[in-house]
Write a protein that binds this ligand. Structure first.
Ligand SMILES: [Zn+2]
Length: 449
């Protein structure tokens, strides 16, 4: 077990200043060196990768630059699932003997057979080590009391609490308990930080207010870590949660098939810093597979650099993101995820225009006459798609619903190029999410998504 010891007199802004502020060429060298070793490990340890590389006519020894990785084949969720069924229980994408595996997480299985993600002892230890670094960059300190309200049941978000614990914070392993209980725990122990989804952070805050709890006076929460939904990377969504709680919100990004969190927001909150010594990031045009320019939207493709139990080489995440390699004002030099705009599967095409629910969310959260809740309904009429956006007015809104609907529709059209009918509802008319929100009803196929 690694001990979380920082050098005496170290710069308090960073957990590991030498690593986190190194030059971009140093990052590239570090990644190239790790990638060469990791590809060889995958090739020699995993029958799946060996067969795939051979079929594509590529060999790890041919990798001379990071760009050479583009000659290697992709892997995706469906392949992981198939290989797991073909070679149970973990599949031949694994590159170590089963006796070396000490931990598995598994996806929820909401879109098919759950896939298991195995870790060796070293994989697990190194993962928790970089969670420490991410937490530190978000301002968590040993003086904090961190309340972890994520599920531990095979969920890769569960062990992230060990990062906060290794950092030295007092960790309250609350797990998933009813909202009233969670609020009581946070209140009793005066937790200063908590982790949840953006939807649940909003729901929990509203629940507290309804119960007569003063979020600023009765609770001590000053930092809210969020993950699992695109909302966390939308500034308007974060600001709403921050205003409700009087706390600072930090977005995190993770994947059940890789790590609980592999990128997190620093105090500047302009993008999420990747744990770039463990993850190699590509952002590609989803149609032609070519890299997109920095700041442009593309599909996120991830390659692990050290995770030996099951290396992930060019894993297509299906998430549409943008990124930057510009140095951050915080002094860290790692690449940043600028925004998760949605899943490729979530993208709606309305009369030929691409639209992500998160685009609508940004408008709904910014509009002060609205509660910020919304729902999209997509229908087909005479072979044409028709979008209806439902929003809620705040109870104090004194204007007309018609004017608000027109105003919202104009905003939507000018920002996204999509025309939609807008329906204004009373506050609390739309269902609230207690975990991940489902805000799209696609009625085009006759089945509600
Ligand atoms: Zn930063």
């Amino acid at each position: 077990m690694t001990l979380a010891i920082r050098a005496a007199g170290a710069d308090s802004r960073y957990w590991d200043a030498a690593l986190e502020t190194q030059s971009r060429p140093d990052w590239q060298r570090l990644k190239l060196d790790a990638l060469q070793r990791h590809l060889r490990h995958a090739y020699h340890g995993s029958p799946h990768y060996r067969a795939g590389f051979d079929a594509a006519g590529v060999h790890p020894d041919q990798l001379e630059t990071l760009d050479d990785l583009r000659r290697f084949p992709f892997i995706d969720k469906q392949t992981l699932r198939e290989r797991q069924l073909a070679v149970p229980p973990f599949g031949d994408v694994c590159a170590v003997p089963e006796r070396d595996i000490v931990y598995i997480s598994a996806s929820s299985g909401s879109t098919g057979v759950p896939t298991a993600s195995p870790f060796t002892a070293a994989d697990f230890d190194e993962w928790i080590d970089f969670e420490v670094r991410l937490f530190w960059s978000s301002g968590l300190r040993p003086e904090d009391r961190y309340c972890h309200s994520l599920n531990f049941s095979l969920f890769v978000g569960g062990p992230c609490v060990l990062g906060a614990q290794r950092l030295g914070a007092l960790c309250i392993h609350a797990g998933t308990v009813p909202s009233e209980r969670l609020l009581a725990i946070a209140r009793q122990f005066q937790a200063t930080a908590i982790w949840t989804t953006p939807s649940y952070a909003w729901y929990l805050g509203e629940t507290a207010v309804k119960e007569g709890i003063d979020l600023r006076r009765d609770l001590a929460i000053r930092r809210i870590f969020v993950a699992g939904e695109p909302g966390g990377s939308i500034p308007e969504t974060r600001e709403r949660i921050e205003n409700l709680w009087g706390a600072s919100v930090y977005d995190y990004y993770g994947l059940s098939d890789i790590f609980g969190a592999c990128a997190g927001m620093c105090e500047e909150k302009h993008g999420l810093h990747w744990a770039e010594d463990h993850i190699l990031v590509e952002v590609l045009d989803a149609e032609n597979g070519e890299p997109v320019a920095e700041g442009e939207r593309g599909e996120l493709v991830l390659t692990t650099l050290r995770k030996s139990a099951r290396p992930m080489i060019r894993f297509r995440t299906g998430d549409i993101v943008s990124f930057t390699s510009e140095p951050c004002a915080c002094g860290r030099t790692s690449q940043r995820l600028l925004g998760v705009h949605g899943r490729l599967d979530d993208m709606l095409i309305i009369k030929g225009v691409n639209l992500f629910p998160s685009d609508v969310e940004a408008i709904a959260r910014k509009e002060t006459a609205c509660t910020g809740e919304y729902r999209l309904i997509v229908e087909r009429e005479n072979h044409l798609d028709r979008l209806t956006v439902e929003i809620e007015r705040v109870p104090t809104f004194a204007g007309s619903d018609e004017d608000l609907a027109h105003h919202f529709a104009r905003q939507l059209k000018s920002i996204t190029g999509v025309s939609a009918a807008v329906r204004v509802l009373a506050a609390d008319a739309l269902p609230r999410a207690t975990h991940k929100a489902k805000r799209v009803e696609d009625r085009r196929s006759g089945v509600w998504a």
